[in-house]
Design a binder for this molecule. Sequence first.
Ligand code: ZN
Length: 235
Amino acid sequence: MYHYVRNNPEPTDRIGYGLSIEPVLFRAHVAFLAERGFTSMTVRDATRALTRGEGLPSRPIALTFDDGYADFFSEAWPILRERGMTATSYVIVDLMDRPRYLSRVQVRLLSEAGVEIGSHTFTHPDLTSLTGVRLRREVAESRLALAEIVGREVESFCYPAGQNNEATREAVRAAGYRSAVTTVHGYASAASDLAALPRVRVYGGMGVASLASLVGETPPDPAIWSAFLADRPAP
Ligand SMILES: [Zn+2]
């Protein structure tokens, strides 16, 4: 679970820092995952493989990017593409075309290039506080609005701030999504509830050593990764 891939523009913005990976460090993350033979998949493809009982590639990984920030297009995607990797970007439909957010045109281009576009609602509310028509709008209608933009079916959903309960999970299923991700720490498997998939969080400044441990790998070779090994201290 990534958010921004950027140099945090406001040093005093601790929340922003906590959600940001510098592009140079993100490049190291991706190179490390490639070195260890990870195969990146979209959440859509991983979900299909789990649902159908199909085999998964060795070391499957689904990189997700929440909130639809513009730096996914300008920073993250070029780095991923160089390595032949893909990702799932969860966009907030009403924030597209706003400053710092992906534009509709970028979202469409990403989708055409093989990035999965998932819904992160219209307005990023706490869904557990909504009922009836308002819940349905954020979950089901955002899926249809996004499908219009990308020109294909939208299969994956992401709960704002991970907040979900039985009513929201049911709304996700009823809307026709095949999966929904949370912020619960864990690894998805065939035994997971597809309407509440766990993830692991990449925090601001996370070095390659912490990333390795997060994805269950042995520690990186310090000789190769020295510049990117340690967590970068918060400003
Ligand atoms: Zn979010």
